[in-house]
Design a protein around this ligand. Structure first.
Ligand code: SF4
Length: 328
């Protein structure tokens, strides 16, 4: 068993649902999913999280003990020195809960023009956050925060009780530091995903609505909103299967397959390194245990960027990235 397999239900799989296999859909359109020029190093620093979101494809939570250790962080930084990425993206569970996060930010920031931190706003409030927030400000770290909905009941049903209130309080602190404010150069982006088995609304429309509502309700500002469909993996897959919605959700996703999304998919330009140092084409393949280019490799073995043209492993979870306007 791969160590990232879902602990709640190892039998759940989007492949068991009666939709055309994603690989067949690609072939029917004369398409293939292969690596392009890699630009982004995504670093998954662990599965420990103070929340237990119902849509989490990695099943992060308070009971998870997997965390990237200091030696692996040094190996990741050494790789970033060898390969030089245009973007470095530090991500989940809640990255703030990895005790080495500060060291990672300090050592990797000089190696990339764009460093992003996917902050769990409530964990950012719990930890030694003055230090962390200052570090982000000094290093011009782009903060990307989950903010599924402006409705308290919808956010809390997906992410846990009181999450909206705590998230709003942290966004206020970030705005006070200059994040999301005009002219500061401190970028604050939000990510919204549907609170169930339906597709996200148009990103530009949602951004306009979020900007207006956050300003009106709480006086908050941010730069960009990204919307994404929930990926049928991990806890979201089990939730949808148990509630009887998985089949219709998969049918909805596959019916909206859009061949134009393939060119811009993140797996074409990403290397995603797990907490244990093993490599994947994206965070979702990481959750499935499908290694980078189908080959198990540790970050310490990588001489440089992945070879363009290498085939990317796919599965039916890929329908979530390719439905409608896609997830890049
Ligand atoms: S899940 Fe999305 S990003 Fe990952 S391999 Fe499939 S299409 Fe690419």
């Amino acid at each position: 068993m791969h160590q990232n397999q879902a602990p709640t239900d190892k039998e759940a799989s989007a492949e068991k649902i009666q939709v055309e296999l994603f690989s067949r859909t690609l072939a029917r359109h004369g398409l293939d999913l292969r690596k392009g020029e890699t630009s982004t190093l995504q670093i998954n620093v662990g599965l420990l999280c103070n929340q237990m979101c119902r849509h989490c494809h990695l099943e992060a939570g308070a009971s998870r003990s997997e965390l990237m250790d200091r030696d692996t962080i040094d190996e990741v930084v050494a790789y970033a020195k060898r390969a030089r990425f245009q973007v470095v993206d530090i991500t989940r569970g809640a990255p703030e809960m990895n005790p080495h996060l500060g060291c990672l930010i300090e050592t990797i920031a000089p190696l990339t023009p764009r460093l992003m931190l996917r902050a769990n706003l409530t964990a950012l409030a719990q930890q030694d956050t003055d230090y962390l927030r200052e570090l982000c400000t000094v290093n011009r770290v782009v903060i990307v925060a989950s903010f599924p909905s402006i409705s308290g009941s919808r956010t809390d049903s997906l992410r846990g009780k009181g999450v909206l209130e705590k998230s709003v309080a942290m966004l206020k602190k970030l705005n006070e530091l200059g994040y999301g404010m005009d002219g500061t150069g401190l970028e604050l982006n939000l990510v919204s995903n549907p609170t169930g088995a339906f597709l996200p609304v148009s990103q530009s429309q949602a951004e306009k609505r979020f900007k207006a509502d956050l300003r009106r309700k709480w006086g908050l500002a941010f730069n960009n909103l990204f919307t994404s469909a929930n990926v049928p993996l991990g806890r979201f897959l089990v939730w949808q299967r148990d509630s009887g919605n998985l089949e219709s959700y998969m049918q909805k996703l596959s019916a909206r397959f859009n061949p134009c999304t393939i060119e811009g998919l993140m797996c074409r330009t990403f290397v995603s390194v797990n907490w244990d140092g093993y490599l994947y084409d994206c965070d979702f393949n990481l959750a499935r245990g499908a290694y980078l280019g189908g080959r198990k490799r540790h970050v310490s073995e990588m001489a440089g960027l992945p070879e363009p043209g290498t085939r990317i492993p796919t599965g039916n979870h890929c329908y979530a990235c390719t439905a409608g306007s896609g997830f890049t």
